[in-house]
Write a protein that binds this ligand. Sequence first.
Ligand SMILES: *Cc1c(COP(=O)(O)O)cnc(C)c1O
Length: 382
Amino acid sequence: MNVPLLDLKAQYRALQPEIEAAVAEVFAAQAFILGPKVQAFEQACAAYCGAPHAVGVSSGTDALLMALMAEDIGPGDEVITSPYTFFATAGCIARLGAKPVFVDIEPRSFNIDPQQIAAKITKRTKAIMPVHLYGRMAEMDAINALAREHHLVVIEDACQAIGSEFHGRRTGACGDYGCFSFFPTKNLGGAGDGGLITTGDAARAAKLLALRNHGMEPKYFHKLIGGNFRLDALQAAVLQVKLGHLDAWTAARRRNATRYARLFGEAGLAPQTVTLPTTPCAEAGLADDDRCHCHVFNQYIVRVPRRDELRAFLTARGIGSEVYYPLPLHLQECFRYLGHQAGDFPESERAAAGTLALPIYPELSDAQAACVVETIAEFLRH
Ligand SMILES: *Cc1c(COP(=O)(O)O)cnc(C)c1O
């Protein structure tokens, strides 16, 4: 049986008439840059996240970059983040001439370990950029408390976590800025690149709006050096349709995670041989049903023995998987100038070496999930 890591065609088949109608409206109006479609989507996203302001932008990467730009972060400044994330998180900090200061992850959540942040705060620290990796929120209470104490800005990298909740608040409403990506593989994926920034502060929102369009206000007068960070009207139209389905997709992802837990348990693999992801609710002994969004499972990450061999075995049998991410950022060639070495962030290195993403997309069937688990069991028997 073929089980892709992600099946966007299954999602599109269900939405095709709705999406085509939305796209046709944009073509009929021939209004492609910003405008009412983008505004309507921004308002819907702000309401969805529970954040007062939302600004649609060109990508998740640009969302992170613009949040840093809005805080005038640059040379001489430091920003604390995780070394175990997609490159963009630290890449944006470095592009602006600031220094990414890494703090290792907490192994159960794969998110920045709040216990280790304080030791990395210096006079030059301007911001903390927690990543809600795989769709599970970082420990925002502890992070916000540190930020308040040291007068730091909190920029949530929520690119993998739209709709996730921490103590009843959604991501995007838990820091000073929430940065989202609509890359097609995210839980809310566009028909191309797109992103969004939320903020609770009107002055920050106004600055982001200006930065998005070359710092231009009014037309052809530039107070700030911004860029072209605009979200396309076509993307906004598609995303608006999909936003209406996001909660149902999230619930389906969570049900798939529950099903994997049952299947891996029945196969005698978990918790003995395969370590499954957990959720904050489960860890706290709280109800963890599909109404709770403490983890939105953009990825379902397991720790397995002989990871690379297992991945090759799955690939040969038509089962998609992926390694997110094989090399932590402190060991990347482009960050050699930061002077890190292997062993500096042991939990990040251990996660990079021993974890695998399995198919978790909403349309995954019972038979497909069973096939994934059986194939892993077959590999582990040899
Ligand atoms: C996807 C992603 C980004 C970048 O988003 P793009 O829209 O691809 O630019 C940044 N951070 C994390 C954690 C991501 O997963």
